[in-house]
Design a protein around this ligand. Structure first.
Ligand SMILES: NC(=O)c1ccc[n+]([C@@H]2O[C@H](COP(=O)([O-])OP(=O)(O)OC[C@H]3O[C@@H](n4cnc5c(N)ncnc54)[C@H](OP(=O)(O)O)[C@@H]3O)[C@@H](O)[C@H]2O)c1
Length: 363
């Protein structure tokens, strides 16, 4: 089946990340852009402020999407869907699909619809953004440069002064610090968020203690590459807040505190928090060997407004799908692209992108 039109539907289009996606797409592609969400008022209020953007009401938990997907050629998902029902409906209609979700259980669910996407000629790109996203690209590019790879470490430093959308905060509280599986020495092991700290040198922030977090890049890279150990960790710009959260986990109080306050209150509190920087950093370190010598490649992106950086990466992927023919099927960003066009986009957007490579004798 082929899509019934070429409009780009941005779901969550008036949210924190979706707004920038709509804005940038309206300036860079000739296809019409539609901002969609559950609130008709918010969708219209937002669309009225940007030339070339229309509004549409859509709940991804609906039963039927005939109306909401009419005339659409590409969907950009800027929210965490509960399951792959909406993605499947896009693939059944031959619609291309871009998803920024960091939730690996959702990504795995969408992967199971690969056959439907292939049959109907849809290209789905998952793991789009910074983490997942740039982290997948950096790890995969570095691994391709080395002869052997032992491990990949991914670190995310989040500035508490960043403007996180409610969906992002909800995901952090509900999913990032729970129990999850990672791949260590080719074995799947179960770990807990906010435990097992690792010291990481973060550009401009110095040595930081980063803790395990359920970021999808580690699971996706473990599935799609042959790197034996892939681990993601997270810390905040404030050492005190990071240590306090880890202490809550250590003393068994993290879950009771979250349950006592409730996720909605935490979202409201986080929104009014007057502390922290507006800068975030993602950093990858890939260790292996090249020509018999130990080699370590580190890459990072840093700068303010991670929501804007995430949106810029999503816009770049969407422009590639709209502007050229890509293979049908469900793919992660690093299976379709390398990091270079995204690095250029982020540099143009005034983000700092860095890379170092160290070499020594293999012991
Ligand atoms: N890959 C990365 O690097 C990265 C980085 C940061 C965040 N993220 C992810 O990006 C996503 C968006 O984050 P954000 O900060 O922009 O969140 P946000 O500000 O809360 O925006 C979410 C948007 O989705 C809409 N929405 C929520 N439920 C919906 C539903 N059932 N059907 C249709 N629309 C719905 C919301 O509007 P209504 O409530 O009015 O419907 C809102 O417009 C989150 O999933 C977050 O985890 C990814």
């Amino acid at each position: 089946m082929t899509a019934t039109g070429d409009a780009i539907l941005v779901v969550g289009g008036y949210g924190t990340i979706g707004r920038t996606v709509c804005n940038e797409l309206a300036n860079s592609v000739s296809e019409g852009v539609i901002a969609a969400g559950r609130s008709p008022e918010k969708a219209h209020r937002f669309a009225d402020t940007i030339a070339g953007v229309n509004a549409r009401t859509l709940d991804v938990n609906e039963e039927s999407f005939d109306e909401s997907l009419a005339g659409v050629g590409t969907v950009v998902m800027c929210l965490d869907a509960a399951d792959a029902t909406f993605a499947r409906s896009c693939f059944e209609r031959g619609i291309d699909y871009v998803d920024i979700s960091p939730d690996d259980s959702l990504l795995r669910d969408i992967e199971t619809a690969d056959g439907i996407a292939r049959k109907n000629g849809s290209t789905a790109v998952l793991s789009v953004g910074l983490s997942p996203g740039m982290t997948n690209l950096f790890v995969s590019d570095a691994a391709a440069e080395l002869d052997t790879v032992d491990r990949a470490d991914i670190t995310l430093l989040l500035g508490l002064g960043e403007a996180f959308g409610p969906d992002t905060i909800k995901w952090t509280v509900e999913d990032a610090f729970g129990r999850f599986s990672v791949q260590n020495s080719e074995q799947s092991i179960s770990v807990t968020g906010l435990t097992e700290p690792r010291m990481v040198r973060i550009p401009e922030w110095g040595r930081r203690r980063a803790y395990r977090a359920n970021l999808a890049d580690q699971q996706v890279l473990a599935r799609t590459t042959d790197i034996p150990t892939v681990e993601s960790r997270l810390c905040y710009d404030s050492r005190v807040v990071t240590r306090y959260l880890a202490a809550l986990r250590r003393t068994g109080l993290f879950q009771p505190v979250v349950s006592m306050l409730g996720v909605n209150i935490i979202v409201k509190l986080a929104d009014t928090l007057p502390v922290g920087s507006d800068e975030s950093v993602i950093k990858t370190a890939v260790r292996g060997s090249k020509n018999g010598r130990l080699s370590r490649i580190e890459q990072w992106v840093r700068g303010p407004d991670q929501a804007r950086a995430t949106a810029l990466v999503a816009v770049q992927v969407t422009s590639e799908l709209v502007g050229s023919s890509q293979p049908a099927g469900v793919l992660h960003i690093q299976e379709l692209f390398d990091s270079s066009p995204f690095v250029e986009t982020l540099l143009e957007g005034n983000y700092e992108v860095g890379r170092t490579q160290q070499q020594g004798r293999v012991s």
